[in-house]
Design a protein around this ligand. Sequence first.
Ligand SMILES: *Cc1c(COP(=O)(O)O)cnc(C)c1O
Length: 451
Amino acid sequence: MKQVKFLLDEDRIPSHWYNILADLPEPMEPPLNPQTGQPVGPQDLSALFPMDLIEQEVSSERDIEIPEEVLQYYRQWRPSTLYRAHNLEKALDTPAHIYYKYEGSSPVGSHKLNTAIAQAYYNREAGIKHLSTETGAGQWGTALSLAGVAMGIDVQVFMVRISYDQKPYRRAMIETYGGKVIASPSDQTQSGRDILAAHPDSPGSLGIAISEAVEVARLRDDTNYALGSVLNHVLLHQTVIGKEALLQMEMAGEYPDVVIGCSGGGSNFAGLSFPFVGENLRNARKTRIIAVEPASCPTLTKGKYAYDYGDVAGLTPMMKMYTLGHGFVPESIHAGGLRYHGMSPIVSHLFHLGQIEAQAFAQNTCFEAGTQFAQTEGIVPAPESTHAIRSAINEALRCKEAGTGETILFNLSGHGHLDMQAYMDYNAGLLEDHEYDVGEVEHALMELPSV
Ligand SMILES: *Cc1c(COP(=O)(O)O)cnc(C)c1O
């Protein structure tokens, strides 16, 4: 029997997260205060985040210790398993070796709990009693609600209207963990009321929901804001994935030629890939690193590298990133977690420097790959994760044509058990492949803040 699973002992969960800021070949440009246009200082952020997270946001220390209490929670599902996809390789008849790191084994079914637990922990240490946040497809709201109840913090979740209506099971899961769900845009914030006045039937967007969640946190001293992706500290927490994968690839006796992750805000992609990017930067490894996004929200492949807001209302700091414009509302594709107008500033910086690659795929071809994966490897992937699978299969087929036995590693960021409607639609031939709306992006890009 060939080995398919590479399990690490519990005591080999990494003791530190990896901070790629320590190894960047060129420094990043700072986030700017939306009012003054000046670089943000810790004071600007302290209304939203605890000081420990603000420090992590700007730290240049390479290894940042994971608190013992966070490690205790991690042990519930970590180290996550690394699998060799023998059956998929066979079906593709490829000489490539395909590995995947499975983050769907966390209690919430995705990688998001890796940072949710850490963020709730630092907020509790700072005396915070309430957290407000947004959720697109519902995975982040689910993760933060579980983390909140674990740390004794109330969680309020602004859920993008269309998901609120279309994903009742996610909503139920958040509520089961004790989170409070509000459909966004809502009448509970000024940003929400402004949107509703102009568009009473707004399906919402992540950018709108972020505006609402940030507004709530701004106005209350005992309330902070938590973001599930994009920011440096979020990506940092996710690097536990890639640090484990480095050890597991060593157990497998291989080193990846290609590392792949789907990318919405960039956190699961960064989580798996940054430790390997670090090896490229420090130890002259030459692994190709690929971020995969939806063709209907092609931030890296079609966006502009510029300062933009993280939200629709312009309440967040301006970040230098690839963006489609903060007013851009992507099509309602099933991979809700990938519908974000911007991209993590670190991922954007690395792309700009040519350290990573990007690809974009339409949803039908991704579901086709996800279905082939389910039939060979048994796990039904989250719609977001099917983007990484599409890319991995394409790379494996390229190897077949070229007759090269490369090693491919991708992140299976979550399972799709609560997304079966998407698979039903795909199976019934009802999924549309939206190209993104070029005119709408041009329009949204005209509204970029001038700095
Ligand atoms: C949220 C989510 C994503 C997208 O978020 P990133 O920050 O880009 O990782 C991808 N996959 C799953 C399963 C998710 O829940």
